[in-house]
Design a binder for this molecule. Sequence first.
Ligand SMILES: Cc1ncc(COP(=O)(O)O)c(C=O)c1O
Length: 388
Amino acid sequence: MIFLGLAGNYSARDIFRHSFTLGSRKDYDALEAELVKRYGGKVETSSLTFSGRTAIAVALDSMVVARLLKKGDHVAINGFTCYAVVEAIKHVGLKPVYLDLEKIMENAILPNFSANALDAAASADPKLKAVIIQNTFGFPADIRAIEKVSKAHHLLMIEDLAHCAGRKYPDGREMGTVGDATCLSFGKGKAIDTILGGAVILRNPELSLPNSFDKSQLSRKQHTDGDAPRVSWYPLFGAIARGLTHLHLERFWLGLLLKLKWIERSGDTKIRYDKTITDWQAKLALRQVKLLKNSALREFYLVDNREECLKELKRHGAHLEEFWYETPIAPKRFYEKAKYKEADCPNAVFFAKHVVNLPTWYKTGRRKKQLAKAKTIVKSHELKGSAK
Ligand SMILES: Cc1ncc(COP(=O)(O)O)c(C=O)c1O
């Protein structure tokens, strides 16, 4: 069987490593230093964070503190994204502006907004002062043109690497080395995955960490206090869930873990300015950073009838139901809160209705073959004209 979710990206060795790695302050500092070296900032103006959304909130907050943004300003984001991004913007008292995805031709839609869409939004909206670029699934945005438009309209640029750490833009620059701030998520299924965590690197020398985020006071403890997920066991829980899929018992198992609050759903991750990741997570993340490759996190296809396609995949042992995203702002349970005007983003709405993902981490043996079979199935359902 192959999976998109349930820690399907973890091998048996990864699970063992995740559950039993020990770390120290040295590992924590080493990760911070490595990210600063990679993305080009300073240790004093960078930090590991509790989550990816915390990193985005801190980056925006730093821009408010530097008076480059003021409360109530607008931030352009991809019209197809995770509610985490919206939440971070709102947390700082700013407002998200959703940019529609780029349509190349009938049925052929890219997972990012175009520079033209950004230009039009900035021309029409004097409050638009910043833009977040996410390179959805690791698929590169048109960065050169976006940079040009951002300069012309004096927009601050944040690169959100949740999907794309390690990737390069077509012009050869690494993602995360272009904007004013770089944010990473180490959440479940991300390019760097320690189940929970993130990092912010303020690249623009005018920026400094806000006082509300006191880096020296962050708690690095694992909080297994009955009200926090068992981060160290999540990959093991995922492996058990994957095993139980054979007996159709995985929902029962996950329900039990949720009830016990031993796991949480990805969308429920919090913004916290008082906590950060643990030393052992930092050690694991550092290892992953060093192994990053310029390869996509997920492949994407637009299919005619997604329900049918997923059913057929499941019959052939491919559990790909946890595709990104089922609504333009996901998860679905937060969609209403996002106050998304569908009429403004018809391409993103269409994309969310038809997209399926294939994992990119099954590289050998039986699972590689299963992935190839899954690809054949997806392709047989593909919308005419949507092939990239
Ligand atoms: C595009 C994008 N950015 C940022 C985040 C934030 O990640 P986290 O869950 O670590 O807060 C996510 C998470 O789902 C995401 O998909």
